[in-house]
Design a protein around this ligand. Structure first.
Ligand code: ATP
Length: 445
């Protein structure tokens, strides 16, 4: 038996992520770049798995949602139409003493500067647009400005007509997209929670005006269920409804799904009722028709939109935070274990021969090779078995298979479960199927 001990802190997560190759500071050898992080060998697997989990949930498991992958750089008029050129800004203040920058809505302007401690020395708040811009082509002029998209959503809106005309979708339907987004955030902190370059997983669901409330409720439900399927503990998730002062310029109603991160409750995903704001604005700015014709009722209208907008990189932080546990074992040792859902764990099965000699290692290698077809595997023959288990626990590998002398005799192996540390003997011929069943039935204790 094992007992959970300390709460996860950000320092512990950052340290594990660095030590085990999940996340590194960007350009670390040059002192790092603020607000930018790189995903290492295990981190990229975890991030890809979270992305695939979302993609499958949204497209494969909803037959009325199709996918899209739009360009990061879009026609600059897009961002005028969307309101980002005029509205996508945060109020910025500088400390006149130490020159540190803050978001005016995140600090008390009468109080002391959180960095240098000098009181009341802040500049007047001024709007700071969060979009990164650059120039396209050889000439640096106002006419050549392009923006790095600050959200993936607009790539979906500008392709609304293309998708309707070239696929068999009928309202109500959705378009899903995963991709990079960029925001020149004034303050970045808390590891990969808020970064300048990040990834979003967004879905715009097009409905008939009047049906939007019903679909808004539907998507709130679907999205919270998704996190349950991903194995996130229920008491770490909650809804937060936006008050009138929080609503974005396009939103009629909005709920955030919040997660209890190491620094407290914070937004993970936004669910927004966007009305026809975006399509109507693109119709106005592009002078293209954005209406939809219902071929059964012959009604023509500009659809309303329900958006679900989640951060992929922020989801990775959620998965890491929720998975982390330190346990005090009966023998007095502490084990660090990451309780990843097996579908997102970077390694699904580790294959560990108990000894190397007498053909045991070769046998283990051949079993590992077979499992590779279906699972992300890892082969490790070095060190005491207890230490090898600990290494796998720390990177969240849900299943360890050990091969021993009995395997040669009766073709069975031991499967050891990460969460319970229980062990079971299984015939090699049933191993792949056994793992499949265990993944399907997985519940975190
Ligand atoms: P905030 O008010 O915290 O800046 P927001 O409400 O503007 O965020 P949205 O525009 O709704 O965020 O973005 C949708 C999702 O994209 C967020 O829920 C979050 O998961 C993710 N996201 C937004 N900004 C960042 C960022 N700078 N770094 C990482 N993820 C982000």
């Amino acid at each position: 038996m094992a007992e959970a001990t300390t709460e996860v802190t950000m320092d512990k997560l950052v340290s594990l992520c660095k030590r085990r190759g999940f996340v590194y500071q960007s350009s670390e050898i040059y002192g790092g770049l603020t607000g930018a992080w790189d995903y290492g060998p295990l981190g990229v697997e975890l991030k890809n798995n979270v992305e695939h989990f979302w993609w499958k949930e949204m497209t494969q498991l909803h037959d009325n949602i199709v996918g899209l992958d739009a360009a990061i750089m879009m026609h600059p008029r897009t961002w005028e139409a969307s309101g980002h050129v005029d509205n996508f800004s945060d109020p910025l203040v500088d400390c006149k003493n130490c020159k540190s920058r803050f978001r005016a809505d995140q600090i008390d302007l009468e109080a002391a500067c959180p960095v240098c401690g000098v009181k009341g020395e802040f500049t007047e708040p001024r709007d700071f647009n969060l979009m990164f811009s650059t120039y396209m082509g050889a000439v640096k002029s106002e006419d050549n400005i392009v923006y790095l998209r600050p959200e993936t959503a607009q790539g979906i809106f500008v392709n609304f007509k293309n998708v309707v005309q070239t696929s068999r979708v009928r309202i109500p339907f959705g378009i899903a997209q995963v991709g990079k987004a960029f925001r020149n955030e004034i303050t970045t902190k808390n590891f990969i929670f808020r970064t300048l370059e990040f990834e979003q997983m967004e879905m715009q669901f097009f409905v008939k005006p009047g049906d939007d409330q019903e679909w808004f409720e539907y998507w709130k439900n679907e999205r919270i269920n998704y996190y349950n399927k991903l194995g996130i503990r229920k008491d770490k998730l909650r809804f937060h409804q936006h008050g009138p002062d929080e609503l974005a310029h396009y939103a009629k109603d909005a709920f955030d799904i919040e997660f209890y991160f190491p620094m407290g409750w914070q937004e993970l995903e936004g669910i927004h009722s966007r009305t026809d704001f975006d399509l109507a604005r693109h119709a106005e700015f592009s002078r293209k028709d954005m209406t939809y014709l219902d071929d059964q009722t012959r009604e023509r209208y500009v659809p309303y939109v329900i958006e679900t907008s989640a951060g992929l990189t922020r989801s990775v932080l959620m998965v890491l935070s929720d998975a982390y546990e330190e346990q005090q074992l009966e023998d007095g040792e502490t084990r660090t274990v990451m309780h990843f859902h097996p579908l997102v764990a970077p390694v699904t099965v580790a294959v560990l021969p108990l000894v190397k000699k007498d053909g045991i290692a070769d046998l283990a290698k051949s079993i590992e090779k077979e499992l590779r077809e279906d699972y992300a595997t890892f082969y490790d023959q070095s060190g005491a078995i207890g230490r090898r288990y600990r290494r796998q626990d720390e990177i969240g590998t849900p299943f360890c298979i050990t091969i021993d002398y009995d395997t040669k005799e009766d073709n069975t192996v031991t499967i050891r479960y990460r969460d319970s540390m229980k062990q079971e003997r299984v015939p090699v011929s049933e191993l792949a199927q056994k793992i499949r069943t265990e993944i399907k039935n997985y519940r975190r204790d």
